[in-house]
Write a protein that binds this ligand. Structure first.
Ligand code: PLP
Length: 399
């Protein structure tokens, strides 16, 4: 029999090689640092984390409580409950002028797993994936993790942080398997135009490439309506839409999202979910009709409030010497350029937290092309945003 000995102090865990290729989301790291400073008694303004500071609307909370009382406390089908998949299919189709059915929908614990599942299901080792940079860090992380080749497209301020379509077309090769787009975008608040989407769709159709369209901010747009690449003829058959409740209904902690995709791909994604999470919590799934088809006044008020805050933060940042900030068209982030301050973005992230008491993120948390930029979330009160602006201005004066 093997002796059960405790590990010695110099025992090294033999991690799998792939772990060295897995990235992370540093918002959570900065949040932890900020919390540690607060525990020491420091006052910190939180502009680092990407979640609405509003409560989940009461009608949705009540729907979940009812579901718990009604006994929705067991496993469900891996892809989600059929009637809930149907509800998502109707909502997702109606807002994009398309017809989806339950077979196109997989309900997931938060929207993030859709990213992991879809990339695992579609991309082989050595394949190339085109994605925005700066962009949500998990795309690059998962692409690297599975041994595919990340092909970043730089988002530039002078192009309103939209993808440069000519650059994208120039990066397509025979190995290009997937194009990732995200509009409205995290971290820049940029929104792709209809013409951008049409050009990307044309390239996808011509070169037989799948598209992963992260539309988690689809309901947080300030000018005009949200456009989805899936609405372009021929694209619903080759697009994975990621969306969910986190941002639209202030439900980040509930972990409730969904993917809408061709039925065969939904089967593959369901198999991955069976291997991983089994299913999404039953009682959270039951709130879907109330959230999607119930009263929409709270989400609308939230967007109106974000719009008000956007003015405060954009105008305030542009008044600080050395800062240039665009007025984002969607989501709740600003991505100001601070190159004139002459310090790297990660040093600024650290110093602004420690010296100014404002938690923000380095632009490089979203990829190498984020150097020279900072990301601030304006999902915080006008009062707190104003305090943060005064502190950042005072900090800048010391440089
Ligand atoms: N996609 C983008 C662009 C995001 O910013 C986020 C969250 O920050 C997600 C997806 C993940 O959303 P969820 O919290 O529902 O997993």
């Amino acid at each position: 029999m093997m002796e059960n000995r405790p590990a010695g102090p110099d025992f090294e865990i033999p991690f799998a090689e792939r772990m060295s290729r897995l990235g992370t989301e540093t918002a959570f790291v900065v949040l932890a640092k900020a919390k540690a400073l607060e525990a020491e008694g420091r006052d910190i303004v939180h502009l680092e984390i990407g979640e609405p500071d509003f409560d989940t609307p009461k009608n949705i909370v009540e729907a979940a409580v009812d579901a718990l009382r009604d006994g929705y406390t067991h496993y469900t089908a891996a892809a989600g409950m059929p009637d809930m998949r149907e509800a998502v299919a109707k909502y997702a189709g109606d807002m994009r002028g398309l017809t989806f059915s339950a077979e196109n929908v997989v309900i997931t614990p938060g929207a993030k797993p859709v990213m992991f599942y879809a990339i695992l299901a579609l991309v082989n080792q050595g394949d190339e994936v085109i994605y925005p940079n700066p962009g949500f860090p998990i795309y690059e992380s998962v692409i690297n993790f599975i041994g595919a080749r990340p092909v970043p497209i730089q988002l530039r301020m002078k192009n309103d942080f939209r993808m440069d379509i000519n650059e994208l077309l120039g990066k397509i090769t025979e190995r290009t398997r997937l194009i990732v787009i995200n509009s409205p975008q995290n971290p820049t608040g940029g929104v792709l135009t209809k013409a951008d989407l049409e050009a990307i769709a044309q390239a996808a159709l011509e070169h037989n490439i799948m598209v992963f369209s992260d539309e988690i901010y689809s309901k947080i747009v300030y000018e005009g309506a949200h456009e989805s690449i899936a609405s372009i003829p021929g694209m619903a058959e080759r697009t994975v839409i990621l969306d969910g409740m986190s941002k639209t209904f202030a439900m980040t902690g509930w972990r409730l999202g969904y993917g809408v995709m061709p039925a065969k791909l939904a089967d593959a994604v369901t198999k991955l979910q069976t291997n991983c999470a089994s299913c999404t919590a039953a009682f959270t799934q039951r709130i879907i009709p109330e959230a999607l088809f119930g009263p929409q006044d709270k989400p609308r008020e939230m967007v109106a409030e974000f719009k008000r805050r956007r003015e405060v933060i954009v105008n305030g940042l542009n008044e600080i010497p050395g800062v240039t900030c665009l007025r984002p068209k969607g989501a709740f982030y600003v991505f100001p350029e601070v190159k004139e301050w002459g310090l790297s973005s990660s040093v600024l992230e650290d110093r602004i937290l420690k010296e100014a008491g404002v938690a923000i993120l380095s632009g490089t948390s979203f990829g190498a092309f984020g150097e020279g930029f900072l990301r601030l979330s304006y999902a915080n009160s006008v009062e707190n945003i104003q305090t943060a602006l005064v502190r950042i201005r005072d900090f800048a004066a010391t440089l």
